[in-house]
Design a protein around this ligand. Structure first.
Ligand code: UTP
Length: 295
């Protein structure tokens, strides 16, 4: 009998971090609600997940993240006000943030003990299924097929853990989980080892794991059995290193441009790029940028 192929239906969004690089903006407002043009960062990743066929969104939230719950909920007062004003387009915008077939689940991470700890918080909801993890900080402009959709194609074929990776500068390895991998084809590699935030010069390669993962449920066992790692946090990278001992882990170099919106420079770059793609803004904004070049 042939084994039935597993399908990824659930995605996890760890949004409980403190966002210290954006203080004071993130003192009371979630970093993940920072807008790029007119949409919050977290909405971009949720749309990416919906486009990739996910229908259960699991948000790992913390204190002062209530705006994220409200954003994906119904806004009765606003909707009734927009209805009475006959503002049909605005009404559609606030009503269609997630399609009706999508279920949103919220889990509280009581302490920001790291990405690995945040991922582990969803164990009861994910159960024994493969699942995706998307970090709202990483905004990926991927064109026709989103980054997660590309990774789903790999998962459908290979049925194992897939990490989204990209090449970084040797000086940047200390900011990422870095993999040592053997090439399978032009975008896919077999991960041989993974290490969290190696110093420049000590990294096994320049292939950095960014905020897109498809993980098998075996990761939860590993997350329960790792000590605190870099930065005294429970690191997802350390659990993946353990998973490697039992299972195949692949690294996929996605097609698309990634913006690290957890940093000010990445966030500003994404804002400029998206503004230049916006149908109403691109002309006047490009004109404005030209005036800056002259000064
Ligand atoms: P980061 O380390 O980039 O985010 O975590 P941060 O800690 O919020 O930001 P800085 O470094 O202080 O500026 C990546 C993602 O993981 C989530 C964050 O919300 C972010 O989306 N995260 C991180 C959690 O959900 N829980 C944690 O304990 C840590």
């Amino acid at each position: 009998m042939t084994e039935r192929k597993q399908v990824v239906r659930k995605a996890e969004f760890p949004v409980a971090g403190l966002g210290t690089r954006f203080l004071p903006a993130t003192k009371v407002s979630p970093k993940e609600m920072l807008p790029v043009v007119d949409k919050p960062l977290v909405q971009y990743v949720v749309e990416e997940a919906v486009a990739a066929g996910i229908d259960v969104m699991v948000f790992i939230v913390g204190r002062s993240k209530g705006a994220i719950l409200d954003h994906f909920d119904k806004a009765y007062e606003l909707e009734s006000e927009l209805t009475s004003r006959g503002a049909g387009d605005d009404l559609a915008t606030v009503r269609n943030i997630v399609p009706p077939h999508v279920t949103c689940v919220y889990i509280r991470q009581a302490e920001a003990l790291g990405l690995g700890h945040a991922v582990a918080c969803a164990k009861a909801v994910i159960g024994d299924e493969p699942f995706a993890v998307l970090l709202a900080d990483d905004m990926i402009d991927a064109g026709r097929s989103s980054c997660l959709a590309q990774m789903m194609t790999v998962f459908e074929d290979r049925q194992c853990t897939v990490l989204g990776v990209q090449t970084v500068q040797p000086s940047e390895t200390g900011d990422y989980g870095i993999v040592a991998a053997s090439v399978i084809n032009d975008r896919l590699s077999l991960v041989d080892a993974i290490v969290e935030k190696p110093k420049a010069g000590q990294a096994p390669s320049n292939l950095a794991v960014i905020g897109r993962y498809i993980l098998t449920p075996a990761i939860f066992d590993k997350l329960e059995n790792i000590p605190r790692g870099a930065g005294d946090e429970i690191q997802l990278t350390d659990a993946i290193a353990m998973l490697l001992e039992d299972e195949t882990v692949l690294a996929y170099e996605f097609e698309g441009k990634r913006y690290d919106c957890g940093s000010k420079l990445g966030y500003l770059s994404a804002t400029v790029k998206q503004s230049l793609k916006h149908p109403d803004l691109k002309g006047p904004f490009a004109e404005f940028l030209k005036t800056l070049e002259l000064t």
